[in-house]
Every structure is written in structure tokens, then in C-alpha cells.
Design a protein. Structure first.
Length: 372
């Protein structure tokens, strides 16, 4: 994950000093410092067991804890705010499209609505009068009793009155919408997952009153400390089960977010869709279990590990010879009983598994048995 040492580097840096110090008996460590004279001195063949370094694809288990959340959730609030006079729902309630959720005090918007209606009535009356005056001016002009100037003036007055009426109607529409917005309703079928306001509270424009979650779809959300293995889980199948119970389903991991620097945690999500989603309750605690198959690596038993000049190494027995050589290796990782080797060995190399405490480069050995 971002900002985290690689798996190889982290394991090698943290594990090797203690591991090698504990794993090596004093004699083996002293053997590293043996002089060339000692290495060439005659010695009887040392009985050892050997193992073939083999290519394996290690399996690892990851266990995550998390909760069930809505696949799609959103806050609901009033367009203009105000003093809350009622909240009709609570956490866990299901609502249908159009159901009332909450109300704010409508006193101000009711007054504005009445004023807007009165303005429309007044401007409509003025428009009617202007229309009549324009019609009369047209008639007089046709009979020769009026002038073009009178008609132009009447027409201008009519257009002005019509513009005033149109503006009043627009203001009425705005006032009506503001009044309707004093009642918060559900825009779709949903479930209430959070309630953020109570009667008597003054809320601002758009301030959440409740949080609603779609009834369709759930997702398992896991928060976990950063781990190099998490970079491999996207798209992998996770088995989801309650804290106490059997596995309910297996779904792919759909999202792995970058590590949060402040907390050192990573968020992983797995979407749950279809009818099976209704079997999970929002807020329910769950466990997610994954089994990952890593890329093939060379591995040897723990007992084969020694050191050379402070670096990890093994004793290798080349094919066709009975004398060992010290081979430095780079460690990829560790499992319960094996060491994964990144470089220094190839598949099929014969490595001393037991009996290395008295070895030095060129020491003659006799293989008691092959161990795997």
C-alpha cells in the first residue's frame, strides 16, 4: 500500500537480526570466521540431512472485521433551513417516496405566499385594465376619433402591466416552492440510517436532518491496519459471516482505498447486491476472510537458515560433490515453517536442512537422508 515498506524489505529488516541470532548456535557463528587454514584442514565427513529447495505458491489467510453499510446513502435536509417543528422518522425506519420526514416552521413562508398571491391578483387586475384601454384606443383610432400616439401610449401601458403580472407570477412560484420546502419528503424508497436534528433546533440551508440509504444493495466495509498483503486483495473473493455464525456469502472485494496517514488504516469494501443484500442489516458487524495464493517462490525449511557476514545464507551441496558451500540469499518472506527465498537459490538446489552447526566452506559431508 502507499507509504508502506515493501513486504520483502519490511520482513527482512524486522525479522532477520533476531531470527539469525537465535537460530545459529555459537559454533555455527564461529564457523563463519574460520580461517582458510581451518577450512582446508582434513576432517571426517559430517553427517547431515539435505532438502531440495522447491518452488511453491504460498497461501495466506487474511481476516478482516467490519460492518454492513448501505451501498448508496445520502443526507436529506431543507433547502432554506429554519426552526424544526417536527421529525417524523427515526433511525431504522423505512420510508417510501413522498413520505414526510420533517417540517420547519412555515410562518414566514406562509406570509410570503399570501403576499405573492395578492401581488398576482393586483397585477392581473392592472393588466386587465390596460388591455381594455388598449382595445379602446385601437377602436377610436379606427373610427378616426383617436390618435396613433394614444394607441402607442395604451400599448406601452399594456406591455408594462403584463411584465409586472409575469414577474408577480414568478414570485408566486418561488414563494409556493419555499412553502412546500418547509416539508422534507423522501425522494425515493429508503431506510433512515442517521438522525441529526430534533424539534426546536434551528438548522441552516442544506444542513442534514437525516441520512437515508437506498433499500437496494449493501456493502461490507472493513477498516484494517495497513498490511503489504492488502495490495493483492482487490477483486479477490471474500467470505462474509456474522461475528457468531456461518459464512453467508462470498463476494469480490470491490474497493481498496489508500492508507490514511493519520490513522494508518486502509478501507476495503465488498459490494453485496441482489436479493441476498436484504439478509444483512445496516450496522451489523461482520467478519471477512480471504485466502490469497501468492506468486511462486523458492522456499526452504527454517532449520536451513544460517548467516554469512550478517546476511541470511544457507549451506548448499552442489550436485555431484560431497562438499558444501555457503550461499547468501535474499529473503522474500516467512511462513509458519518455511523461509521464502527471493534470490540466491534455484528450484532443485540441495540445501543442508539439519546438521549445519559444524559446517564451514568446503567441509565434506555425508547425506544421511533427504528431508522435505
Amino acid at each position: 500500500m502507499t507509504g508502506t515498506p515493501t513486504r520483502r524489505g519490511a520482513l527482512a529488516l524486522l525479522a532477520l537480526p533476531a531470527l539469525i541470532t537465535l537460530a545459529l548456535p555459537p559454533v555455527a557463528r564461529a564457523a563463519e570466521e574460520a580461517t582458510p587454514v581451518a577450512a582446508s584442514a582434513p576432517a571426517s565427513a559430517l553427517p547431515v540431512t539435505v532438502v531440495d529447495a522447491r518452488m511453491t505458491a504460498p497461501e495466506r489467510s487474511i481476516r478482516l472485521t467490519g460492518t454492513i453499510e448501505a451501498l448508496d446513502s445520502y443526507p436529506a435536509g431543507f433547502r432554506d433551513g429554519g426552526r424544526v417543528i417536527s421529525v417524523a422518522v427515526d433511525v431504522g425506519d423505512e420510508v417510501q417516496k413522498g413520505d414526510e420526514i420533517a417540517r420547519v416552521d412555515p410562518t414566514r413562508t406562509e406570509a410570503a405566499l399570501r403576499a405573492a398571491r395578492a401581488s398576482v391578483d393586483a397585477t392581473q387586475a392592472a393588466l386587465d385594465q390596460a388591455d381594455q384601454a388598449r382595445t379602446r384606443a385601437e377602436s377610436l383610432l379606427e373610427r378616426g376619433s383617436g390618435t396613433q400616439a394614444d394607441l402607442d401610449s395604451a400599448t406601452e401601458a399594456y406591455l408594462t402591466a403584463r411584465a409586472a403580472r409575469d414577474q408577480a407570477e414568478a414570485q408566486l412560484a418561488t414563494a409556493r416552492r419555499a412553502f412546500e420546502d418547509t416539508i422534507l419528503t423522501a425522494v425515493d424508497d429508503a431506510i433512515v440510517t442517521d438522525r441529526s436534528a430534533e424539534p426546536g433546533q434551528v438548522v441552516g440551508e442544506g444542513q442534514p436532518i437525516v441520512t437515508l440509504a437506498s433499500l437496494e444493495g449493501r456493502e461490507a466495509v472493513f477498516l484494517t491496519p495497513d498490511d503489504p498483503r492488502l495490495s493483492d486483495i482487490l477483486g479477490q473473493e471474500v467470505a462474509i459471516r456474522p461475528l457468531e455464525g456461518e459464512v453467508r456469502l462470498r463476494v469480490p472485494v470491490t474497493e481498496v482505498s489508500p492508507v490514511v496517514a493519520e490513522t494508518g488504516t486502509v478501507t476495503a469494501k465488498a459490494a453485496i447486491t441482489g436479493d441476498v443484500a436484504h439478509g444483512f442489516t445496516i450496522g451489523e458487524a461482520v467478519i471477512g476472510e480471504l485466502r490469497l495464493t501468492g506468486r511462486p517462490v523458492i522456499s526452504v525449511p527454517w532449520t536451513a537458515l544460517t548467516s554469512a557476514e550478517g546476511a541470511p545464507a544457507v549451506w548448499r551441496l552442489p550436485e555431484g560433490t560431497d562438499r558444501v558451500e555457503l550461499q547468501q540469499i535474499e529473503i522474500e518472506g516467512f511462513t509458519r515453517d518455511r523461509v521464502e527465498v527471493a534470490s540466491g537459490l534455484t528450484g532443485g538446489d540441495r540445501v543442508v536442512a539439519e546438521g549445519s552447526h559444524a559446517l564451514f566452506p568446503g567441509r565434506q559431508v555425508i547425506v544421511l537422508e533427504d528431508a522435505q
